[in-house]
Design a protein around this ligand. Structure first.
Ligand SMILES: Nc1ncnc2c1ncn2[C@@H]1O[C@H](COP(=O)(O)OP(=O)(O)OP(=O)(O)O)[C@@H](O)[C@H]1O
Ligand SMILES: [Mg+2]
Length: 339
């Protein structure tokens, strides 16, 4: 369409210019001038042809043709510019509309949604109900803490939200996708691309350096060599460990190891990060540092966190606290209501 318009305008301009040249050649004075300037003697054939057909043109006729030709060019250019302007504006509007729509969808879409979630572990003949019909929504950019006594089902819930396990009943949506419809390799792909995990005991590779540990999750997602190293360094910088890149886990403090684990969890820019008692193995002071880090990443970079914790200090930072008991969410408090 764009192409066609350009060709049409070009053709109109060309016809205009050619007719000016042609008529100029018929006119008795102008050819002389054109001759002087451009040396366009070749157009003499045109004059002869023209006079053969029409006889000598009158000065008025030639002037009229000039005016018409110039008019045609002006009109073509004008129409072109007007159309172009209108089309640009329409394209802008379309673009804005699309961006708006994307924002709205993103806003409405939940990072995680769980519906009527049940999980029953089977131990031989014994059934252990860990979740008993649980509903939950986590929006992008939220920081949610899950509180509850031991055995209330917190880790079970995290495993289901992170597609590490399948529910006995109910549905989990990750980024709007019902994950029960996916096969195991698709689930693995979702975990890799959309979920970051942080565990109580860090789960770092003991023989690898901090940098290699972070790089490892980028290897899995097929980011190539130099880009991977650069990104891993950035991530370590983000958690305040730029100068510990070459340390192995045994050469790092507990808090530092957990920072590496957080950097690793964020490596593939996941939709959300699930943390299961990330400060459970740290002293209070170090735990504070991790809580501050999560808070900063949430507030400044909009990272989405769901953190299971026993630590009231950690929960204080959250936008929402979900209280669990006996496989259900029994209470929900938001920051706005005062935690
Ligand atoms: N793999 C499993 N097989 C059998 N039962 C399990 C399994 N995992 C958990 N359970 C049981 O399910 C219930 C919930 O366990 P879960 O680990 O989710 O609790 P939790 O809230 O994380 O506890 P904690 O605070 O101690 O980590 C418990 O009764 C537990 O014994
Ligand atoms: Mg647990």
């Amino acid at each position: 369409m764009m192409m066609l318009r350009k060709v049409a305008v070009l053709a109109a301009v060309l016809v205009g210019v050619l007719s000016i040249l042609f008529l100029a050649n018929v006119h008795t004075d102008l050819p002389q001038t054109l001759d002087d300037i451009f040396g366009v003697k070749e157009l003499d054939w045109a004059r002869r042809l023209y006079t053969d057909i029409f006889g000598e043109a009158s000065a008025q006729f030639v002037s009229l043709m000039y005016i018409l030709s110039v008019g045609a060019i002006a009109l073509a250019s004008g129409v072109y510019l007007a159309m172009q302007g209108r089309i640009d504006r329409l394209e802008d509007e379309l673009q804005q509309g699309r961006a708006q729509a994307t924002r709205e969808v993103r806003h409405e879409q939940t990072a995680i949604k769980a519906q009527a979630l049940k999980k029953i572990y089977k131990m031989g003949d014994v059934e252990v109900p860990a979740l008993r019909g649980l509903d939950l929504e986590i929006r992008p950019g939220e920081y949610v803490a899950i509180f509850g006594p031991s055995g209330s089902g917190k880790s079970t819930l995290l495993n289901l939200m992170g597609a590490l396990d399948r529910p006995t009943e109910g549905t989990v949506f990750i980024d709007g996708v019902d994950i029960s419809t996916l096969d195991d390799s698709q689930l693995a792909e979702i975990r890799r691309r959309k979920v970051g995990f942080v565990f109580q005991f860090f789960a770092l590779m003991p023989r690898m350096t901090a940098l290699q540990n972070v790089e490892l999750s980028l290897t899995i997602s097929e980011v190539d060599g130099s880009e991977r190293r650069k990104r891993a360094k950035e991530l370590l910088g983000m958690v305040g460990l730029r100068d510990r890149a070459r340390h192995r886990p045994s050469e790092l403090s507990g808090g530092e190891q957990q920072r590496v684990a957080i950097a690793r969890a964020l490596a593939n820019d996941p939709t959300f990060v699930l943390l299961d008692e990330p400060t459970g193995n740290l002293d209070q002071e170090t735990g504070r540092g991790i809580a501050d880090l999560l808070n900063m990443l949430n507030e400044e970079q909009g990272k989405t966190f769901v953190v299971v914790t026993h630590d009231p200090m950690m929960a204080e930072e959250a936008d929402r606290i979900l209280q669990m008991a006996d496989g259900q969410i029994v209470k929900e408090v938001t920051k706005a209501e005062g935690l």
